[in-house]
Design a protein around this ligand. Structure first.
Ligand code: COA
Length: 171
């Protein structure tokens, strides 16, 4: 992980089976779709999965909860980002960026040259974060989401932008 503010409050590591329940809870609390535990267990066994978590560094009580998570896969040379979640109490501390960078680094090791994702049309917070990393709009999918129904923006990071993202992983 890079030398940024979030490195003082979290450590970034791969998701392990013992943390699956925490990730499911976090995703639900962030209003994101989640799957049952067995789905995560089988995904973790696939080499193409990029599942990474942010764990809050222990305080005096010794607790080290999961406060951020990113899931996604490498499919046919693309890194498809699925969910990105940071607990409400820990937002705007650079954890979302740190998770994206760690996952991008992992995806690059798997030979990926392009990152793709969908984001709710009205999700300004996430879109701002992705734009900062070099993602650009590549399309719009009508009524892609339910609960509530909303369009998705398709964002991609490729070419020079992808190179810049990888070059900046240590920042
Ligand atoms: C989107 C989300 C993951 C961002 O996590 P985070 O840890 O707060 O993000 P960071 O602190 O790394 O933010 C990095 C930059 O993104 C942008 N950003 C993040 N949240 C923002 C907000 N609410 N409004 C505007 N810009 C925002 C800013 O540029 C921010 O940098 P700054 O704080 O120096 O201004 C978090 O808000 C979240 O979990 N939301 C609910 C779930 C969700 O929408 N996930 C994305 C699904 S595609």
């Amino acid at each position: 992980m890079g030398n940024n503010a979030s490195s003082e409050i979290v450590r970034i590591e791969s998701l392990t089976e013992d943390r699956i329940e925490e990730v499911r809870e976090l995703e639900r609390s962030c209003g994101l779709r989640s799957f049952d535990a067995s789905w995560y267990e089988s995904e973790l066994r696939r080499e193409s999965s990029v599942f990474i978590i942010a764990i809050e560094l222990g305080d005096e009580s010794g607790g080290e909860p999961v406060v951020g998570a990113i899931t996604g896969w490498v499919v046919a040379g693309d890194w498809e980002v699925d969910n990105l979640a940071v607990s409400k109490a820990h937002r705007r501390k650079g954890i979302g960026l740190a998770l994206m960078k760690a996952a991008a680094g992992r995806a690059a090791l798997l030979g990926v040259q392009r990152a793709v994702l969908e984001v709710r049309y009205g999700n300004v917070a996430a879109q701002t974060l992705y734009h900062r990393l070099g993602f650009r709009e590549a399309g719009r999918r009508r009524n892609y989401y339910s609960d509530p129904v909303e369009d998705a923006l398709l964002l991609m990071c490729e070419g020079e932008e992808w190179g810049r993202l990888l070059a900046g992983l240590g920042d």
